[in-house]
Design a binder for this molecule. Structure first.
Ligand code: CDP
Length: 310
């Protein structure tokens, strides 16, 4: 049977119901395809050089380097004496990473019992400082190695770190000694909160290491997916991380990617595993992204877990 994403690559997005039916039809059967994995690592290395470029480093961003914001037109930051010392020397990850788990925040994780599975990975990436409290452990696990933090979270959840930095530093303890990956140079209003988050961690000798996302990397990854039919104004955090993982890891499993309001059992699913706050409507194109991820799942390039874990 010819599938919709072969017939209409990028032209017409199938309705949510069609996608759910397709996933049900295919089931979660998965077979690793090494040549698919090698191909995507090669494609992503050619376009975006994740090993060298995923973070802003002293190596790729010396003093005087102009960082062009990827989420704004004509806005840039020129690396100077104040910002340069905040960058890590070079890519700090021990490469290649073996088994990676990329954990999205989809409500499909709730009651999935995927926590143990996730925790068994060698490198675990999570999005947007997600809650890892006791009630979620069984479903999402406890360990993390890289966690993204959107500057808007610093603003909303921690009052921009203007009053008390303790609440922020304390709430970061659940991420152990992870890298905190912040798009500090993507949108202009995000830079100050990101730098404040850096200082809050540095001043308390936290175990966490701040990594600023390199806007050039984010831009090239955006272009990569645009050429493959993802037409969002901006990619979702989860797809950036999957792209990073495909570039750096020997094997990638993705959890919590399910931007639909019904599950495979036709029961309602909340947007996040911890709440049901929906994103701005036209900002991301998560169902479009899902179609791409499912395509990679079917070709054995990465594994998507959309149901319960054994
Ligand atoms: O900041 P953003 O809206 O991108 O992300 P989020 O809501 O914190 O969720 C993290 C990531 O999980 C998203 O970027 C998506 O890639 C993925 N996600 C999903 O696939 N389905 C959902 N229902 C929710 C999130």
């Amino acid at each position: 049977v010819l599938c919709w994403f072969y017939i209409f690559p990028g032209y017409r997005l199938p309705r949510d119901k069609e996608i759910v039916e397709e996933v049900l039809r295919h089931g979660e059967a998965w077979q690793k395809n090494q040549s698919g994995i090698d191909l995507y690592r090669k494609l992503l290395t050619e376009c975006c050089d994740p090993r060298r470029m995923f973070a802003v480093t002293k190596e790729n961003s010396p003093i005087g380097k102009v960082l062009w914001y990827d989420g704004e037109f004509y806005h840039s930051h020129t690396v100077n004496n104040e910002t340069y010392p905040l960058f890590v020397q070079d890519n700090p990850l021990q490469l290649p990473l073996k088994k990676c788990a990329v954990v999205g925040n989809g409500g499909i994780l709730r009651h999935s019992k995927c926590g143990r599975d996730i925790d068994q990975a060698d490198f675990i990436m999570r999005c947007n400082l997600p809650p890892l409290s006791k009630e979620y452990v069984e479903d999402v696990g406890t360990r993390s190695h890289l966690v993204t933090a959107n500057p808007s979270i610093i603003e909303k959840r921690f009052q921009n770190l203007l009053w008390s930095r303790k609440a922020f530093v304390d709430s970061m303890k659940v991420y152990g000694s992870s890298y905190i990956y912040m798009p500090a140079f993507s949108m202009k209003p995000g830079t100050d909160p990101s730098l404040r988050a850096y200082y809050a961690l540095a001043d308390t000798s936290s175990n966490l290491t701040m990594l600023f996302a390199n806007p050039e990397f984010l831009r090239t990854v955006g272009k990569f997916w645009k050429a493959r039919g993802v037409h969002a104004r901006r990619l979702s955090t989860g797809l950036f991380l999957v792209s990073l993982a495909l570039g750096l890891c020997e094997e990638v499993t993705a959890y919590g990617f399910w931007p639909f309001s019904v599950g495979l059992d036709e029961q309602p699913v909340s947007h996040h595993y911890y709440d049901n706050i929906l994103p701005y409507k036209w900002f991301h194109a998560m169902p479009e992204e899902f179609v791409q991820l499912w395509h990679l799942h079917k070709s054995g390039t990465l594994r998507m877990r959309v149901g319960h874990c054994p």
